[in-house]
Design a protein. Structure first.
Ligand SMILES: [Zn+2]
Ligand SMILES: [Zn+2]
Length: 183
């Protein structure tokens, strides 16, 4: 555990699946987030990773899950909150030396294809990729976040500011047309 890179020695991987749990440090992923379009995320603890792996010939199959916890600003109300993200992955990895250039014929829809070089498979790039994918959605403090009032800017989750919400309430608009229809 800790800052040691997690590598699997290909020769040690058997046809029987084995499970591995480890934590991936968050610092480098935070640096990647800072450079990219997802600057609003900031990981606050190491990534928890669960992976099951086995080998068939020279191909290594990995299935697992990453769990990340990041601070983010809500896209609607701008409040800071902790986003817990989880993502499952499936990979098949083939040796670079054999010359697998075409990926398409090998790949099922939800199976990602990657190459390994040499005797070891380094899980770090895979974990980083999955964490970035796990965070790709617009951060929302909660699904039903009401956001900010377009008139006065107050946080509608905390209080009803009393701005002319009647005009904008679609339910009331429907009621009005019903009344009109009855006349
Ligand atoms: Zn929000
Ligand atoms: Zn308002």
């Amino acid at each position: 555990m800790g800052a040691i890179a997690v590598k699997l020695r290909v020769d040690d991987i058997t046809a029987e699946a084995r499970d591995l749990f480890f934590v991936e440090p968050e610092q480098e992923i935070n640096r990647m987030l800072d450079r990219g379009p997802m600057r609003e995320y900031d990981l606050r603890e190491p990534i928890r990773v669960k992976v099951s792996y086995y080998r068939a010939g020279t191909e290594v199959f990995l299935t697992g899950e990453v769990n990340a916890s990041a601070a983010a600003s809500c896209a609607r109300c701008a409040e800071e909150f902790i986003a817990a993200s989880r993502r499952q992955f499936r990979y098949v990895m083939a040796p670079k030396a054999v010359g697998y250039d075409k990926q398409a014929d090998l790949c099922a829809d939800d199976l990602e294809f990657s190459l390994y070089e040499g005797e070891n498979i380094d899980l770090t790039p895979l974990v980083r990729e999955q964490v970035l994918l796990a965070l790709a959605d617009r951060p929302l403090c909660r699904e039903e976040c009401k956001g900010l009032c377009p008139h006065c800017g107050s946080n509608l989750n905390e209080s009803d500011c009393g701005c002319s919400s009647e005009e904008h309430d679609p339910r009331l608009a429907v009621l009005r047309t019903l009344k009109v229809g009855r006349r």
